[in-house]
Design a binder for this molecule. Sequence first.
Ligand code: C5P
Length: 197
Amino acid sequence: MIFTVAIDGPAAAGKGTIGRAVAARFGFRHLDTGLLYRAVGVQGGDPAQAARDLSPGDLARDDLRTLEAGQAASRVAALPEVRAALVDFQRRFARSEGGAVLDGRDIGTVICPEAEVKLYVTASPEVRAHRRWLEVGGDEARVLAEVKERDARDMGRADAPLRPAEDAVVIDTSEMGIDEAVELACAIVSTRLGGRD
Ligand code: C5P
């Protein structure tokens, strides 16, 4: 069975948690596509070359979750050569046998416009910054500034800007617990799976 769940949205909206939970519930594979851009961003040197040479070992580095890696990722993610180098791997993953969940910024719009389910998971910048701050600590105002800076870069870039696909279901997690958001996402996937029989 080929079945793709595309989950897009800004940083710290809950995409990753929802993606992992949906994948576990339905036995699908899961790809956090932000890790690809983070791994390229922290590499240094020529980003396009780093994207072409990316290996599974690069995705296992333990410094990919930092704020700095997120900023570096969003800078290299604005380069069309970098995005182009990562497309095939993501498309193959999305359409691989057995079902796949991908979370990122352009999954429903560019990587897999034919995805059976498209979700756009979002929340206010303040709520997202607070969640990220609980994970990374430090100065909350600085975390909020970083979140807003990254949003502006991801939404404003010319190539594959962050925006909901026209047929995406928007899930706003500003005032919704993560369990509720997961149940909503699973219900949408379940309905779509049922409709295929
Ligand atoms: O999701 P995460 O915060 O790990 O993503 C890091 C950065 O990578 C994002 O801010 C964005 O610039 C970039 N990205 C992207 N397209 C994706 C996934 C991530 O441009 N599909």
